[in-house]
Every structure is written in structure tokens, then in C-alpha cells.
Design a binder for this molecule. Structure first.
Ligand code: PMP
Length: 286
């Protein structure tokens, strides 16, 4: 049985418990991170830890006592569950003061809740979807204004995935004021010639850990990078498109709202970037 971590204890998943008054449960008052595992090692752990700290700071959630042990706990869970390829999910909520109240509980007396678990995903790196490319639809972005904070408030992204599924597609890109913000759980890119175009960082999008690594590697490989908003009309005209996330890595997009991009197959740049990313990022895995 899977072993999970809850507030200092490693437990079988069926024995793990969190209060019904936990603010994560009642108010989505919590943040999370997802770190991939390849070859039993954590991918870009330092990046995920830095973003976690920033998310906590932005929401005034105090660090759990075990914050400095997070690397060790990640490794322990990977080892105990014998994960070769997969994920570690981490969630920190503001905890429970034993009742429901909009006002934040006193951090002196209320400990944050720290929960972590693994998901085994054999074939994560050698994903057949990456050889075929995926199809996306566009939907309106109606989320709140601090998308740079990685909160567990994922209802709309989840609805977006369902809209995509109902349309016979794999995912959705969200559009605000006529421009693409990001995917339901990924950052969005188009390619024109040798130039990669992706929205610049702001409160409008999550600052993807994979985005940062991929753009750095693209520049090192002499590809041009332009950080600006783009429209769905521009995307449909692009030579290629792709998305990035910690678990999809670099995923080619071959169709947007029913329009095939280029020859309808994964593009040269997206395919090359996936190879470069997987090769380079394994070198710094811990
Ligand atoms: N945007 C959103 C809305 C996301 O949920 C994610 C995945 N957590 C990303 C972008 C990609 O971020 P990362 O590369 O850090 O996984």
C-alpha cells in the first residue's frame, strides 16, 4: 500500500487524516507543488522549493516546522514507494483552528497542514502523446487575479479539462482580453520560424518551473525567445505550438480549436526542446 506523509508521520494512505475544519478543505486556503521523478530522482527540486516559499509568503501562510526537511521527506517517500517515474505531490494549507471562520486563525496557535504523497507514472518521459502531439481548445479565462500563486483553487482548470474532453480534445488554453494566458495546468507557447513566443511573467500566469528551464535552454541553443501575449488567431497561423509543465515536460500541440498547425505533426522546435530539456534536467536531478 502507498505510504503518504501527514504532518510529521509516514502512514499507509488509508490511515492518513486531516480535520474537516482544515482551511484547505473549507476555503481552498492552501498551496501546492508537483515535482516529477525520473530514474528515482527529483526533477528541478530547487525551483519547486523556491516557488513554494514564495507562494507561502504571498498568502502569509507560515512555513510548516518540517520546511527545512522537505528534500529528505520527498526522497523518503520516493524510496518507500519505490517510484522510478512519477510525481511527488505536496500541499500546505493554513491548517485548522477547530471551526469555520473567514478570518485567518492566529499563526501562533494554528499549525499549517503539510501533506505529501507519490504517484507512480511509468512511461512519464517516453510519453506516446509527445510523439503524436495533443489537441487543445480555447476557453475564456475566468480565474482570479493572482494566478502566480500556486493555490489549490483548481475548480476552473478542472472544468476546462472537462470542456476539452467533451470536445474530443486533450486540454484547454485560456484567453483573457483576447490573449492566451496559459493552459489549465501548463504554460503555452507558439513558434514562428526559429522564434518561440510565450506570455511574459506577471500576476496573470503561474511562473512555471519548467518554463524557466526550457526558455533558458532554448536561448542556450540559439533559439529566439519573445515574451509577449499572443492571440488564438496568431496561434492557428503559427508553424508549431507546445506547452510545458513539470509532468508533461515539453508537449507538442498539433491542433487548436479544430485547426491543424503546420502539417499536423509535432514541430521541429518542440520536439528538439523536449529532447534537450529531458537530457539537461536529468543532470541536476536529486
Ligand atoms: N500554469 C498552470 C496554471 C499550472 O497549473 C502549471 C502546473 N502546475 C503550470 C503553468 C506549469 O508550471 P510548472 O512547469 O512549474 O509545472
Amino acid at each position: 500500500m502507498r505510504m503518504v506523509y501527514v504532518n510529521g508521520d509516514y502512514l499507509p494512505e488509508t490511515e492518513a487524516r486531516v480535520s474537516i475544519f482544515d482551511r484547505g478543505f473549507l476555503m481552498a486556503d492552501g498551496v501546492y507543488e508537483v515535482t516529477s521523478i525520473l530514474g528515482g530522482k527529483l526533477i528541478d527540486f530547487a525551483g519547486h522549493l523556491a516557488r513554494l516559499e514564495r507562494s507561502l509568503n504571498e498568502l502569509d501562510i507560515k512555513k510548516p516546522a518540517a520546511f527545512d526537511d522537505l528534500l529528505e521527506i520527498h526522497r523518503e517517500l520516493v524510496a518507500r514507494n519505490e517510484i522510478d517515474e512519477g510525481l511527488v505531490y505536496l500541499q500546505i494549507t493554513r491548517g485548522s483552528s477547530g471551526d469555520r471562520d473567514f478570518v485567518f486563525p492566529d499563526p501562533e496557535t494554528t499549525e499549517p497542514t503539510l501533506v505529501m504523497f507519490t504517484q507512480s507514472k511509468p512511461g512519464l518521459a517516453d510519453n506516446p502523446a509527445a510523439r503524436k502531439g495533443i489537441k487543445i481548445i480555447s476557453i475564456e479565462d475566468i480565474r482570479w487575479g493572482r494566478r502566480d500563486i500556486k493555490t489549490v483553487q483548481l475548480l476552473y482548470p478542472s472544468m476546462g479539462k472537462m470542456m476539452a474532453r467533451r470536445a474530443g480534445c486533450d486540454d484547454a488554453w485560456m484567453v483573457e482580453d483576447g490573449h492566451v494566458t496559459e493552459g489549465t495546468s501548463n504554460n503555452a507557447y507558439i513558434v514562428s520560424g526559429n522564434r518561440i513566443i510565450t506570455r511574459q511573467l506577471s500576476h496573470d500566469i503561474l511562473h512555471g518551473i519548467t518554463r524557466a528551464a526550457v526558455l533558458r535552454m532554448a536561448r542556450e541553443a540559439q533559439m529566439e525567445v519573445e515574451e509577449r501575449p499572443f492571440t488564438i488567431a496568431e496561434a492557428k497561423q503559427a508553424d508549431e505550438a507546445f506547452l510545458t509543465s513539470a509532468s508533461a515536460f515539453v508537449m507538442p500541440v498539433v491542433e487548436i480549436d479544430g485547426v491543424a498547425l503546420g502539417d499536423g505533426r509535432p514541430g521541429r522546435i518542440a520536439t528538439r526542446l523536449r529532447e534537450i530539456y529531458l537530457e539537461e534536467i536529468r543532470k541536476t536531478a536529486v
